[in-house]
Design a protein around this ligand. Structure first.
Ligand code: GDP
Ligand code: IMO
Ligand code: MG
Length: 434
């Protein structure tokens, strides 16, 4: 049975949590495969409205197994707080499994994230400040602490000593910061390890066994592909691999690329970005304010789920999006927030960039070039009527249908699912994904 990956196609916050919550209906296992609590996934369903940072969005179905893969960087306090918050609202988390191979976000990672951003000054990345980047740096430097280490006090202390003595030198000598206390840290993380122990397990076995039994498995991505360490707008990217391109999704739960049957890319009907970095179609006018504040009165405007920062807004960038479709190997698109465009008299899509008198239709690698390109827009008529109650493609206004068809052409990928509101049922399923 299929293993389906849900991946963000733009700069994050495309509505992945909302799409996973919908698709999880048919899955047996839902797994987060990358990143950490820099992610913030909003889910609106019959249980209420939830913002998840680490726990997979399948958690609202009590019979599903939800797993946090080895590719995720886990802040134990954040995860335990999230579990507690869900339990307090009557959501059963007893089937949650955390990979014992997952990296742990330690106090020095958060401090280094903060200090490094300060040191970069006006070239700051605009990180979420959750310590995720420095945690992945330690993973690659082979200095990371894994969940398995937290579970055995005798293993934990020497590992913390090795990592923290190094990082305390960096914190004090490079950044002029305050050292972190070794004993406090060892005691606190041993205690957190005890609390996490009931959740720890072998994620690969769960995913593969479900797959071989014939059950559906959903792999939930975080962030967006244009924040990908390899393919994103480097250096204004995250420190992991959100995309599904070979190393991302399979790597993050311990399965090979041949096991994955479909990759669904979630795209907003326009673009947003939080943090710094190139954004060719960014808008600074009334349209940006209108799109950002749509649903603001219900806490649903374009403000970061994790940090509350206002999201930068722009038109749909088909050059960047097509690049993302290609390097993710997408089989289908899920187009979200179509309803946010409902009131607009016309809608623009960027079909190319103008650079020094030339037309560019592929994504430039250099940040300095991306900062200089001018978007070339195609303008489509708006539909100026509500779509939030529509459930069939044919019932969408003709202009909305034309917009979607044009998106498919420009992105070279079919739109299988359209989201017309934040709630689970506010969707138009064009082709069933499972
Ligand atoms: P994620 O990080 O990709 O899961 O996305 P976020 O949760 O950070 O941001 C997406 C926002 O859009 C959330 O507030 C969702 O509730 C909301 N949302 C998702 N799909 C739709 C939609 O089709 N229409 C509207 N109006 N809101 C949506
Ligand atoms: P979800 O899963 C939007 C951005 C940050 C910053 C850059 C690096 O909710 O879509 P980091 O803290 O990862 O080192 O920050 O990446 N970023 C996100 N932007 N949505 C996210 O996750 C993001 N996760 C990281 O804003 O620009
Ligand atoms: Mg988000």
């Amino acid at each position: 049975m299929p293993i389906v990956v849900v991946v963000g196609g733009q700069w994050g916050d495309e509505g992945k949590g909302r799409i996973v919550d919908l698709l999880a209906r048919k899955a047996r296992v839902v797994a987060r495969y990358s990143a950490g609590n820099n992610a913030g996934h909003t889910i609106v369903n019959e249980r209420g409205e939830f913002k998840l940072h680490v726990v997979p969005a399948g958690i609202f179905y009590p019979e599903k197994t939800c797993v946090i893969g080895n590719g995720v960087a886990v802040d134990p306090e954040v995860l335990l707080g999230e579990i507690e918050g869900l339990e307090s609202k009557g959501i059963d988390t007893s089937k949650l499994v955390l990979s014992d191979r997952a990296q742990v976000i330690m106090p020095w990672h958060k401090e280094l994230d903060r200090l490094d951003e300060l040191a970069r000054g006006d070239k700051a990345i605009g990180t979420t400040g959750k310590g995720v980047g420095p945690c992945f740096v330690d993973k690659v430097a082979r200095r990371g602490i894994r969940v398995a280490d937290l579970l055995r006090t005798e293993d934990l202390r020497p590992r913390i000593e090795a990592a923290l003595s190094f990082h305390n030198r960096v914190i004090t000598r490079v950044y002029g910061g305050e050292p972190i206390d070794m004993d406090d840290c060892c005691a606190r993380y041993a205690e957190l390890g005890e609390k996490l122990a009931p959740f720890a397990g072998d994620v690969q076995d769960i995913v593969l066994s479900a797959h071989r039994r014939g059950d559906y498995v959903l792999l939930e991505g975080a962030q967006g592909s244009l924040l990908d360490l390899d393919h994103g707008t480097y250096p204004y990217v995250t420190s992991s691999v959100p995309s599904s391109s070979s190393s991302g999704a399979g790597l993050g739960v311990g399965i090979g690329p041949t096991e994955i049957s479909r990759v669904v890319g979630v795209f907003k009907s326009y673009s947003t970005r939080v943090g710094n970095g190139p954004f060719p179609t960014e808008l600074f006018d009334d349209t940006a304010t209108m799109l950002r504040d749509h649903g603001k009165e219900y806490g649903r405007g374009e403000y970061g789920t994790t940090t509350g920062r206002p999201r930068r807004i722009g038109w749909l960038d088909a050059v960047a999006a097509r690049y993302s479709v290609r390097f993710n190997g997408l089989s289908a698109l899920a187009l979200t927030r179509l309803d946010v465009l409902d009131a607009l008299p016309s809608i623009k899509i960027c079909t190319g960039y103008e650079l020094d008198g030339q037309i560019v239709e592929t994504m430039p690698a250099r940040e300095s070039v991306l900062d200089r390109v001018h978007p070339i827009y195609e303008e489509l008529p708006g539909w100026q009527q509500p779509t939030t109650e529509v459930r069939n493609f044919d019932d969408l206004p003709p202009q909305a249908q034309a917009f979607i068809r044009r998106v498919e052409e420009l992105l070279e990928c079919p739109v299988d699912l359209i989201s017309v509101g934040p709630a689970r049922e506010q969707a138009v399923i064009v082709n069933p994904i499972f």
